[in-house]
Design a protein around this ligand. Structure first.
Ligand SMILES: C[S@@+](CC[C@H](N)C(=O)[O-])C[C@H]1O[C@@H](n2cnc3c(N)ncnc32)[C@H](O)[C@@H]1O
Length: 263
């Protein structure tokens, strides 16, 4: 993991090189539309207030739960006792990016949505509000239990939460689905693991599928994983927003295109 200082410098450099996020100078109609309608869109859903109320409650929740620490190794190397409010303060996608996930699901009318890393279900809920259903995987049983309460309290009904490791559960999920429309990978930020999840998911991707990776610049390993994934022969377009990276498999791009956008 990079130090906060190194990450800030990387973020500044990204912003210097990136296009301005308004679509100026972007010649691809697909990318222009994505910038205007998704990145800068303002879709509102009345249930979002209920999800944010859950986030605020979690941020005040002093209860202690026992959680497996998957760390960067991706296995249960430690069991820890942690306050819900401390996990909520560091693990959950912020509102801006959670809304972006919501708009992305909406814009692409994604049907088969898979999330790796539920935590307390905030990003899951945002995606579930926009799509028919979401399958989400969480390794920690006690975290998953809190997520189920969040879904209930926020009135989010269309989520299938699977408790188990990504390594164990993702192959089963992939076997049981015909297609992955949208996948969001937000856990176990390790190079090899991230590439493995991508390789499994891409088996069921088609030209309209979208895969979103969180924390692509978080560490050298994640940056290497992002480079590897961008260069996969099935990926035709990538969009780097620094915090997240998005890859597409669309056929209209005859040569690969990579965009860095300030966001
Ligand atoms: C960053 S949090 C997810 C946050 C959530 N997507 C949100 O924004 O609301 C990552 C979660 O992935 C889980 N996790 C990490 N590695 C895992 C693995 N290999 N298998 C299963 N769960 C894992 C952790 O327990 C943690 O709850």
């Amino acid at each position: 993991m990079y130090s906060p200082l190194k990450l800030s410098i990387k973020y500044l450099l990204h912003n210097l090189k990136a296009s301005n996020g308004k679509g100026h100078g972007v010649h691809s109609p697909f990318v222009y539309d994505f910038i205007i309608k998704v990145l800068n869109g303002n879709g509102h859903h009345e249930q979002i207030a209920l999800i944010e109320k859950q986030r605020n409650d979690l941020l005040k929740n002093e209860s202690v739960i026992t959680v497996e620490d998957y760390g960067v190794k991706g296995d249960k190397n430690k069991i820890q006792k942690r306050k819900i409010k401390d996990i909520a303060a560091t693990s959950l996608q912020n509102k801006k990016f959670a809304q972006l996930l919501h708009r992305t699901v909406n814009y692409f009318k994604a049907k088969n949505i898979i999330e790796l890393g539920t935590s307390f279900g905030i990003s899951t809920s945002y995606m579930a509000l926009a799509g028919p259903s979401v399958i989400t995987i969480e390794g920690s049983a006690e975290i998953a239990k809190v997520a189920n309460n969040v879904f209930e309290n926020a009135g989010v009904k269309n989520v299938e939460l699977i408790t188990g490791t990504f390594e164990e559960k993702l192959p089963e999920v992939i076997n049981n689905t015909n297609k992955v429309s949208l996948a969001y990978i937000d856990g176990n930020h390790r190079k090899e693991a991230t590439i493995n999840y991508f390789n499994l998911l891409k088996e069921k991707c088609d030209a309209n599928s979208v895969i979103i990776f969180d924390d692509i610049h978080w560490s050298k390993g994640m940056e290497e994983a992002w480079e590897h994934i961008k260069n996969d022969k099935l990926v035709t377009l990538s969009i780097d927003l620094f915090k997240i990276g998005i890859v597409f498999f669309r056929h209209e791009f005859k040569t690969k295109q990579h965009f860095k956008i300030r966001y």
